[in-house]
Design a protein around this ligand. Structure first.
Ligand SMILES: Cc1cc2nc3c(=O)[nH]c(=O)nc-3n(C[C@H](O)[C@H](O)[C@H](O)COP(=O)(O)O)c2cc1C
Length: 223
């Protein structure tokens, strides 16, 4: 058997072909896993196997103290019984928002596959051990950045950030860099999960999972 060629590879991940396939196949309650996390993993694996850049990028929406929504992209760094995990600075704007209102919405937009996933639920801080373990895996430059950047604070100019980085780098020398106390993980526990599959004529498929007691109910929503 011959090695696959570049063209073969492109055919496998060609987003237009995949998208057409998913649009044709659509999405039905009978075909999805009864557990939305299992189903999410399926879709995530398909997104990761496609040409999508950063399939783990998700928009994290929170609510600020005045009730206004705030949204930004973060990276999904884990998914287990605690929920969808991400890491950040707990003293950042989002950190303060989550301390005051510990609920969030996540949105994954896998546009080449014409898919969107929305997740909402309560947010908890991950235990220190999990944050330590993840921080230790980060490249040294990112570890230094976590100490040097007071995320979301106003800076006078770029030089102020560069100077803070240089000070932190010098302070740690060649030694190990521990996790800053203000840096750590959060998990969004899914309460509602919606899968959206683009279909022709804007008659898209939307399936929403919601918790009903101890089980998940799947409902179809109008597009
Ligand atoms: C692709 C992408 C991935 C990002 N990943 C993270 C992340 O995992 N954690 C994080 O704190 N910020 C991440 N950011 C930066 C955030 O979008 C945001 O600028 C930052 O967290 C400050 O947000 P806040 O001021 O609302 O707290 C990412 C941005 C992009 C565009």
């Amino acid at each position: 058997m011959s090695e696959p060629t570049r063209a073969d590879f492109r055919a496998v991940i060609d987003p237009a072909r995949l998208r057409a396939e998913y649009e044709t196949r659509g999405l039905d309650a009978a075909d999805v896993d009864p557990d939305p996390v299992v189903q999410f993993r399926r879709w995530f694996d398909e997104a990761a196997a496609s040409a999508i850049v950063e399939p783990h990028a998700m928009t994290l929406s929170t609510v600020d103290a005045s009730g206004r929504p705030q949204a930004r992209v973060v990276l999904l760094r884990g998914l287990d019984e605690r929920g969808f995990a991400f890491y950040t600075n707990r003293e950042s704007a989002k950190g303060h928002e989550l301390a005051d209102a510990p609920h969030a919405a996540l949105t994954f937009a896998w546009l080449p596959l014409h898919r969107q996933v929305r997740v909402t639920g309560p947010v908890t801080e991950l235990p220190d051990a999990a944050s330590d373990a993840y921080f230790a895996l980060r490249p040294r430059g990112a570890q230094i950045g976590a100490w040097a950047s007071a995320q979301s604070a106003v800076l006078p100019d770029r030089a102020a950030l560069d100077e803070a980085v240089a000070r932190v780098r010098e302070g740690f020398g060649d030694g190990d860099i521990p996790r800053p106390p203000h840096w750590g993980g959060y998990a969004v526990k899914p309460e509602v999960v919606e899968l959206w599959q683009g279909r022709p004529n804007r008659l898209h498929d939307r399936l929403r999972y919601r918790r009903d007691g101890g089980r998940w109910v799947v409902e179809r929503l109008a597009p």
